[in-house]
Design a binder for this molecule. Structure first.
Ligand code: TMP
Ligand code: ASP
Length: 238
């Protein structure tokens, strides 16, 4: 399968057409941004890590009944995926308070919840991805109630599966963001799941092992991504 015309370049990925109308190629970059693109940098090796990590974990989701866009890994940075129309919602699941939840609600980072939470942000860079609820999503015609129910079901399932995998790697899954797409009227998991889109804390040391090291200038960014990837590869690699 070969790349044809570039369709889109985002903050962390490029997307190309292929000869098959139903299939695109996603190419992961080392570029990193935070705070809606205000902070820019490079995390060397990130493209390779995020591509391969996402694919390893998406395969487990598939096996456990969560359909995904994954078709085939083509190279260390490139993957063939089903062409979806993205549901413009950032779906965030939290197991432990951190980040914007802690800031908005005055809850210390690290407070564990009895049950995971779910929230939606409207994917809109101009508005800064505002937090919305399901009624807003339906009113804005971003998704139907039926789609929202499916998204919720898959998102919590992803959380259960991913939490266990990461725990087996000595990492606590604090929170994460996922996105869904429509593929021939079916809702499937799209985008990625990587240290860019999750908070992962080392079980023993509580050290942050994710993009917060970049967002908060904590140093050791590349090393953290490499450590997470090596643990995941040991756990899930073929
Ligand atoms: P938050 O605490 O900043 O709302 O982030 C919640 C989770 O979502 C965290 O794991 C990081 C991830 N995230 C993204 O993947 N992309 C984004 O643009 C933002 C704001 C958060
Ligand atoms: N990727 C997002 C951005 O650049 C934010 C983030 O991950 O913190 O804006």
């Amino acid at each position: 399968m070969e790349k044809r015309e570039q369709l889109y370049e985002g903050k962390a990925k490029k997307v190309f057409k292929t000869d098959d109308e139903d299939i695109l190629i996603v190419s992961y970059k080392d570029d990193a941004t935070a705070f809606n693109g205000e902070k820019k940098g490079t995390i060397s090796g990130k493209g390779v890590i995020n591509n391969q990590m996402s694919n390893l974990i998406f395969k487990v989701f598939e096996k456990n009944g969560v359909p995904t866009h994954l078709v085939e890994e083509l190279s260390p940075t490139d993957t063939a995926v089903k062409k979806v129309s993205i549901v413009p919602l950032e779906v965030i699941i939290r197991n432990v308070a951190a980040g914007s939840f802690s800031k908005r609600l005055g809850v210390p980072e690290g407070k564990e919840f009895k049950e995971p939470t779910i929230e939606f942000s409207y994917k809109n860079d101009e508005l800064g991805d505002p937090l919305i609820n399901a009624y807003f999503a339906v009113a804005l015609e971003l998704a139907t109630w039926e789609e929202i129910e499916t998204i919720k079901k898959y998102a919590f399932k992803v959380n259960e599966i991913a939490k266990k995998i990461y725990l087996d790697c000595g990492l606590k899954l604090i929170d994460f963001k996922i996105e869904f797409g429509r593929y021939h009227d079916q809702i499937i998991l799209a985008d990625e799941m990587s240290p860019d889109t999750c908070r992962l804390w080392d079980v023993k040391t509580n050290e942050k092992m994710d993009k917060d090291r970049f967002r908060r200038d904590l140093g050791g960014v590349e090393e953290a991504y490499e450590e997470v990837f090596s643990r995941i590869k040991k756990e899930l690699g073929e």
